[in-house]
Ligand binder design. Sequence first.
Ligand SMILES: *Cc1c(COP(=O)(O)O)cnc(C)c1O
Length: 226
Amino acid sequence: MSDHDPVQGLNEVRAAIRRAASDYDRDPASVTLVAVSKTFPAEDIEPVLAAGQRVFGENYVQEAKTKWPGLRERYADVELHLIGPLQSNKAKEAVALFDAIHTLDRPSLAEALAKEIGKSGRKPRLLVQVNTGEEPQKGGVAPGDIDAFLEACRTTYGLEIEGLMCIPPAEDPPSPHFALLNQIAKRQGLKTLSMGMSADFDEAIQLGATHVRVGSAIFGTRPRNA
Ligand SMILES: *Cc1c(COP(=O)(O)O)cnc(C)c1O
């Protein structure tokens, strides 16, 4: 463990979320903090659980599988969100492990998830990732394709989609991307907006985020580039 204190980080982020909600006339309970624990070991996560945090985000199926079953034995009411890209051949493990998946972004994955949901009887909440900056290296559906993709999720694959997620380009001001995601969600009647990370969750709350995904502001700088 580093000398960074994740519980202090957690308390600061909680206070900042409450402040932002109050600044923008929102009910603080309408913003869920997803504590992003990727790359951090169970011993760093445990004190954050003990401090009452229950919603966590992980990027990698494999890593989550090694860390979370043990922690869940002690904290059964944990809610685990997958926020990293998902390969279709990991859909089965993802459906088994996660309560929400934020990164549905293509028909092959919709098909794989629908199949595993049907087989397992488990039904993780599903968010579609939108590539608001249209970056070629990034996952997500292009804004121009989102209406057709959502329609295909519902009709072709029989999936219930709860909301949208985005990761704005690192070099852009994030607010126009958050505003675009909000606009698409309104048009589509979707209630959940996963947007905002350590550096920009204030702006995201201003623009309607229901889920902010915060890692380094809680757990400290990540040990490797992940
Ligand atoms: C790592 C990650 C985060 C958390 O980022 P921080 O800047 O550490 O808060 C949020 N969302 C996604 C998709 C991530 O991969």
